[in-house]
Design a protein around this ligand. Structure first.
Ligand code: PMP
Length: 277
């Protein structure tokens, strides 16, 4: 199995990270997870647009052209012969003796690996339960940074409470999941948090927006409350790894049960159709 390390595709067991990598000291870096369906990357340009945006927001300049990075990733996918799976791409600010103050003359470190595996069919069919809790993350959740402590703490808590994902809220406003975006349906209308600094603007979220539009399902990118969530007709989460997964139960600060409704099923169906086109 091969990985991408800086500008080289090498064997995984030959890959080492420098002791002074800022990703290790500070979580100072960004990443993307991209789906591969049938050997082809899905929503490729959208992921790289977000990657560039994250880099720009953190004042990290690409160490090589975007085209070269894309070429390396495509080569990695081919060399690992990934048919259905994901590719993880990461870029840290670079290597520098530990110091909060970063130098601008260090070279960012790009790494990538691939993972074989399909989508969670059982969860897509039967739904998952969420554990709701206060969103304790920082105020730039729009940047896809590898600094994910608030997310990992929430995910562990959710799992420990017998749920598969966390449902985060800031005060009474529902934001997103620990690694997914959240939608509710009320009276046939979809609601999801607007793309601002409180959430990661998910590529799947954006795609669901398009699917909803095609299916003539009204969508409001409007913050909704914990009360709204409790009284929703349907709820689902989206991400690159999950696609669209229905939520059948929420516990914790919000308590509710949901049927897997027609809007969720319609969007799942549209998603499935579109990815094989
Ligand atoms: N929100 C958070 C906090 C995430 O980490 C992720 C994905 N890992 C998402 C939303 C979903 O984003 P995407 O659809 O681009 O995978």
């Amino acid at each position: 199995e091969y990985v991408l390390m800086k500008n080289h595709i090498i064997n995984r067991d030959e890959a080492y990270i420098n002791f002074d990598d800022r990703g290790y000291y500070f979580g100072d870096g960004i990443y993307e997870v991209i789906r591969i369906y049938n050997g082809s990357p899905f929503l490729w340009e959208e992921h790289f647009d977000r990657f560039l945006r994250s880099a720009e927001e953190l004042d990290i300049v690409l160490p090589q052209s975007l085209n070269k990075i894309k070429q390396n990733i495509l080569t990695l996918i081919t060399k690992n012969n990934v048919i259905n799976g994901t590719v993880y791409l990461q870029m840290t600010r670079g290597e520098q003796e530990r110091n909060h103050l970063y130098n601008r003359d260090i070279t960012p470190v790009i790494t990538a690996f691939t993972k074989e595996g399909g989508v969670p069919v059982h969860q897509q069919k039967h739904g998952i339960s969420l554990w709701s809790l206060e969103d304790i993350r920082w105020l730039r959740c729009d940047i896809k940074t590898i600094n994910l402590l608030g997310n990992v703490m929430s995910k562990r808590k959710a799992e420990d409470m017998g749920s598969q994902e966390a449902l985060l809220h800031r005060g009474h406003i529902v934001t997103e999941g620990s690694s997914s975006n959240v939608f509710i349906v009320k009276n046939g209308t979809l609601y999801t948090h607007p793309a601002n600094h409180y959430i990661l603007n998910g590529i799947t979220r954006l795609y669901v927006e398009q699917l909803a539009d095609n299916e003539h399902i009204p969508l409001q990118k409007e913050a909704f409350t914990t009360e709204d969530a409790q009284q929703a007709d349907e709820m689902f989460v989206t991400s690159t790894s999950l696609e669209i997964v229905p939520v059948t139960k929420v516990q914790g600060t919000i308590r509710s049960d949901f049927p897997i409704g027609p809007v969720t099923r319609k969007l799942q169906h549209a998603f499935e159709k579109s990815k094989t086109m």
